[in-house]
Design a protein around this ligand. Sequence first.
Ligand code: ATP
Length: 487
Amino acid sequence: MNTTDDLFKNVVSHAKEYGFVFPSSEIYDGLSAVYDYGQLGAELKNNIKTYWWKAMVQLHENIVGIDSAIFMHPKIWKASGHVDGFNDPMIDNKDSKKRYRADQLIEDKIARYEKDGKTQKAQELQKALDAALQEDNLPQLKSIIEEHGIACPISGTRNWTDVRQFNLMFATKMGASAEDADDIYLRPETAQGIFVNFLNVQKSGRMKIPFGIAQIGKAFRNEVIARQFIMRMREFEQMEMQFFVRPGTEMEWFKQWKENRLKWHLAVGSDPIKYRFHDHVKLAHYANAAVDIEYEFPFGFKEVEGIHSRTDFDLKQHQTFSGKKMQFFDPEINQNYIPYVVETSIGLDRMFLTVLCNSFEEQDLSTEDKRDSRSVLHFHPALAPIKAAILPLTKKDGLPEKARTIIRDLKFDFSVQYDEKDSIGKRYRRQDAIGTPICITVDHQTLTDDTVTIRHRDNMEQERIAISTLRNMIEGMVGWKTLLEKL
Ligand code: ATP
């Protein structure tokens, strides 16, 4: 196993060991591609959501946020194209009985060619893949798999079925009795909840173009194959924003949102070298521009966010299918039109994984005399699940009571944790492993002069400060302003 595989394995096991992410239904052997967030994972996830919401809604006068239902009228998915076109090309290996996405098998082969320095072969294969996808040419996808000798990673054989389309939407029934129950879908994206509320929000909020509607919520996709932990899940969360603009101005806005969103990613302290844009070669039929923001995970560059210029496709479709006019009267040019849309769409779970991978470090702290190491999560302090740990040096002499008074003062504004078990060194290490930016140690001197020791997570340095200055110090480190003012 190479070191990047090791690194990812360690991130996954660290996430489980410290209560960030658990496999769903684990005592029943789990449910494929479904995960639960534990006590610290839920905090981290909430912090990422808050960061996004504040950056999109609070900082923009012309963006508002909504929370639409997961169940929607079934016609919506006909109008959006999901009933007829939300498919992945799948192929089965007859020996292992394993199912794969045909395009991903080919992409893996391209990655292998690149790794082996066969750049020209990789480029040719990419071209062939793009062409087959563009034409929805399923037999051609199979020919490519055969021509390049792609084998099943499990059985090692090339005994493949034909390539077939597989719709990714989960269907269920709504209604009291089976006879009159209607087929209904779990939404595969949150965006349609925004489009169908376009008129409601525009009118009730007296919004003028350009304006945006943002939403955070669950989405469901019956992914053909689930891989790489919370990277590709069947139940996941999206943070999407639809920006409605005057037709003809969409490319300018597309450019602006592309830059704006990359800034948002980098502000949390990620290494810029780990980010790149990937322009879509194959544009969806309704899009006139599309780009992915990719992050370099231990298993390679992968999409975390998509920015799409969707033209007036969605609103036009809903106008046709619902019979309601989806227009805006623009007083500046004295015209009615269906607005164009630039959307930013990020997977919350993929962002969570980005933050986790980017923050995780196993540090060797060995000296000549002693072997030592620590696991540390270098979260941006504003995202850290616990902002400060309050640690009495010993369990006696009134130190726990003093520590509790500090907690009582801080807990209304910050999530803090009390810990008195084990040596102080061990307690520091436990907090490092969950990414707590500072530890506040209460010792005997505290009882006489109301000062405490602050121990910093990243450089492990210590300083003595007055209890009365704690609140301002923590606010200066973890407050949302520290992140938002970089945008
Ligand atoms: P992919 O090509 O990886 O399947 P996509 O292009 O279908 O993704 P979009 O429909 O553009 O993804 O969705 C927007 C965002 O939602 C993606 O950038 C990703 O972060 C997230 N996302 C999509 N599918 C999943 C999934 N199955 N699990 C977790 N996050 C997902």
